[in-house]
Design a protein around this ligand. Structure first.
Ligand code: AMP
Length: 275
């Protein structure tokens, strides 16, 4: 992969990379389409990264429909699919890990210790193997975007990180491979997450800038949904992940809930035109 990528760069082609874990859906398509528009070469990586799963998470049962993914990516016209085996990325002698620091301890990181260390370690390796000019990540995984940007800044990586808006089902639920785990009843309740954060974002647009009140608004809305258990709701700065004294456009309202054993995350950028 690296030899091919270096050859493309030497020929003057810019490379866009889209890191994924496969089980591709319309959200991934949107990242690939954006990469296709902005680069001469597009590489999609398909790798279920064991390092970013906790011991009680779904690594073993995570869906791996590779033949379907390949057909989908061929139809989107990508130049390469990088689909390594686990021991190609992590051979027995593999020892070095990226330490993402304190921003990996909050929000998602609080419930998922080690998750972002695993993400940043594989992202750094995938960047070195694919030599991208640009890398495409979904806004749905907002904290991941923040931490990948931190990685790029801290290590001086020559890669531009592009955050792509969340693609949703028509009822508002953010598309995710993990939605397949929801039973029909849970699936019906799941859009409540999007509705709650959208209502809070409208509150902001209507002049409410107290982050605590915006969080409370979201919490109240979610409390009306039976069986939905809130993990966190937070208005945060999009670089420091700390709560601002007053919310300003560009701050992010992020939420995580559980429906049964299924964890759902979503977020909205306050003051953004697209809600
Ligand atoms: P995953 O395969 O779940 O690791 O996701 C690969 C990339 O696709 C990540 O950057 C995700 O943030 C992004 N992604 C996942 N779901 C969506 C969505 N509904 N809309 C936009 N991007 C998404």
């Amino acid at each position: 992969m690296q030899e091919q990528a270096v050859a493309w760069r030497h020929a003057g082609d810019e490379i866009g990379v889209v890191p994924t874990m496969g089980a591709l859906h319309a959200g991934h398509d949107s990242l690939v389409a954006r990469a296709r528009r902005e680069n001469q070469r597009v590489i999609v990586t398909v790798f279920v990264n064991p390092a970013q799963f906790g011991p009680n998470e779904d690594f073993a049962r995570y869906p791996r429909p590779f033949d379907q993914d390949r057909a989908r990516l061929e139809a989107l016209g990508v130049d390469a699919i990088f689909h390594p085996a686990v021991d190609q990325i992590y051979p027995p002698a593999f020892k070095t890990r990226v330490d993402p620091g304190p921003l990996a301890e909050v929000l998602e990181g609080k419930s998922r210790p080690g998750h972002f260390a695993g993400v940043l370690t594989v992202v750094l390796k995938l960047f070195n193997l694919t030599q991208p000019k640009r890398a495409y990540f979904g806004q749905k995984d907002f904290q991941q975007v923040v931490l990948v940007r931190q990685l790029v800044r801290d290590f001086g990586l020559p890669v531009r990180i592009v955050a792509v808006p969340t693609v949703r089902h028509t009822d508002g639920l953010a598309i995710s491979s993990r939605n397949a785990y929801l039973d029909p009843g849970q699936r019906q309740l799941a859009p409540a997450v999007h509705h709650a954060i959208t209502e809070a974002a409208h509150g902001f647009a209507g002049g409410e800038t107290d982050p605590v009140r915006l969080e409370a608004l979201t919490r109240e809305r979610l409390a009306a949904t039976p069986g939905l258990v809130l993990d966190y709701v937070a208005v945060v700065d999009d670089t420091t992940l700390s709560r601002p004294a007053h919310a300003i456009p560009g701050n992010v309202l992020a939420v995580a809930v559980k429906l049964g054993s299924i964890r759902l995350i979503d977020n909205v950028v306050l003051g953004a035109e697209r809600l």
